[in-house]
Design a protein around this ligand. Structure first.
Ligand code: CO
Length: 140
């Protein structure tokens, strides 16, 4: 298990890039809009893990709701697992509250599922399993 990415909610990616790219010096490797999730996403690798900047594209977006309630900041932490279904089963057996009881297919073919923050001490946790399919855009 390893850190896959850290999701950071921001009202405007362009503004956030003034720090993460221009001041800190990270490189943007991908910017993509994910319509069904109502977000625009920018990926900035920090070694192997990435910073994932999340900007809402609609008021219905979970990121818009998060920003309204909590303001900009860390939205979730994603860990990469080898077998997401086994991890979900294990968590269910342990009584952990899940948002996704079965994995969803993210862009690029990776499988993702969210664990409720109440199970993880207030941290929204995303599980990611990379699949064999080549993943050009891994949005999760
Ligand atoms: Co994510």
């Amino acid at each position: 298990m390893r850190i896959e990415h850290i999701g950071i909610a921001t009202p405007r990616i362009d503004e956030a890039l003034k720090f993460w790219r221009d001041a800190l010096g990270l490189q943007v490797v991908d910017v993509e809009e994910v319509a069904e999730q109502g977000v625009r996403v920018a990926m900035l690798p920090v070694g192997e893990p990435r910073v994932e900047l999340l900007e809402p594209t609609s008021e219905a977006s979970p990121i818009a709701k998060f920003l309204a309630k909590r303001g900009a900041g860390i939205h979730h932490i994603a860990v990469r697992v080898d077998d997401i279904r086994a991890t979900l089963r294990r968590l269910q057996e342990q009584g952990a509250r899940l948002i996704d009881e079965s994995p969803r297919v993210g862009a690029g073919g990776c499988l993702v599922a969210f664990v409720h923050p109440s199970a993880a001490g207030g941290v929204l946790l995303e599980l990611v399993e990379h699949t064999a399919a080549p993943a050009e855009h891994q949005i999760s």
